[in-house]
Design a protein around this ligand. Structure first.
Ligand SMILES: Nc1ncnc2c1ncn2[C@@H]1O[C@H](COP(=O)(O)OP(=O)(O)OP(=O)(O)O)[C@@H](O)[C@H]1O
Length: 241
């Protein structure tokens, strides 16, 4: 469970790019964070994960405040950033062991977990190579594997499906479903409506830093039909596919 209460953020004291957001992201459902480019998705995710501090409001993850009890809060989640070009000089396996070390995963647990994820993502033969030799999709997959190696209850993923080949996207979607079937949390951002429609149980729609809608997808469609400004955003997100 992730809870945001009255969260706001400005960069350099300028206009608020996130304005008074309140959101409850429950367990047991895949929640899509949907909005056009520049809407404030990444900024919000950076505040949830403690990379940025919010100017106002509070954020908690499974009850731990990300700013007041940050270590406990950070143990609760795995985070996949939108840019997978990180730790490029490490070999895949070195990166996974590094992440497992940070989160105190035992040797036996990490072996099982790495074996399972590399089989599902078809990465077993690449783990001995440096990440800089990987394709974009492979870099994304190793980031996902690193984020999930400690089996966090809460998954936070920023545009995780962009650039993944169809098979890997399918695998990740299946993993998200399995995770929420175990009553855990999956929160991921996308600017592509089609992705949200294929994966999410519920969506939260953000535009210009404000939450415009939260609810189920069929409710969203009805909402779009009856609201001109939402319809415009809907079109923008469809065009971005
Ligand atoms: N470091 C920064 N300094 C100043 N403004 C920023 C900074 N980072 C983001 N912004 C601005 O904040 C707004 C929200 O950006 P953000 O990256 O959160 O949007 P987003 O919804 O994730 O977009 P995208 O889908 O393009 O990634 C944008 O107007 C962006 O230009």
């Amino acid at each position: 469970m992730i809870e945001l209460k009255n969260v706001s953020k400005t960069y350099n004291g300028a206009k608020k790019v996130v304005e008074n957001i309140s959101l409850a992201i429950p367990d047991g459902e895949i929640i899509g964070f949907l909005g056009p480019n520049g809407a404030g998705k990444t900024t919000t995710i950076k505040m949830i994960t403690g990379i940025l501090e919010c100017d106002e409001g509070t954020i908690s993850i499974n009850g731990y405040d990300i700013n007041k009890n940050s270590i406990e809060a950070k143990k609760q989640f795995g985070f996949v950033p939108d840019n997978p070009n990180l730790f490029l000089r490490l070999k895949g396996i070195e990166y996974l062991n590094f992440m497992a070390d940070i989160y105190g995963v035992s040797t036996e647990q990490r072996l099982n977990r790495i074996e399972e994820m590399s089989r599902r993502f078809d990465m077993a033969n690449a783990l001995g190579d440096q990440i800089q030799s990987y394709s974009h999709g492979m870099r994304q997959k190793i980031m996902v594997m690193g984020a999930l190696v400690h089996e966090p209850p809460v998954w936070i993923l920023d545009e995780p499906l962009t650039g993944l080949d169809p098979k890997s996207a399918y695998v990740l979607k299946e993993m998200m479903k399995e995770h929420t079937a175990n009553n855990k949390t999956v929160f991921f951002s996308t600017h592509v409506l089609d992705v949200a429609e294929k994966v999410c149980d519920r969506v939260a729609i953000i535009n210009k830093g404000k939450i415009l809608f939260t609810g189920k997808l069929d409710e969203m469609r009805n909402h779009f039909k009856s609201d001109e400004s939402l319809e415009k955003i809907f079109l923008e997100m469809t065009e971005n596919e």
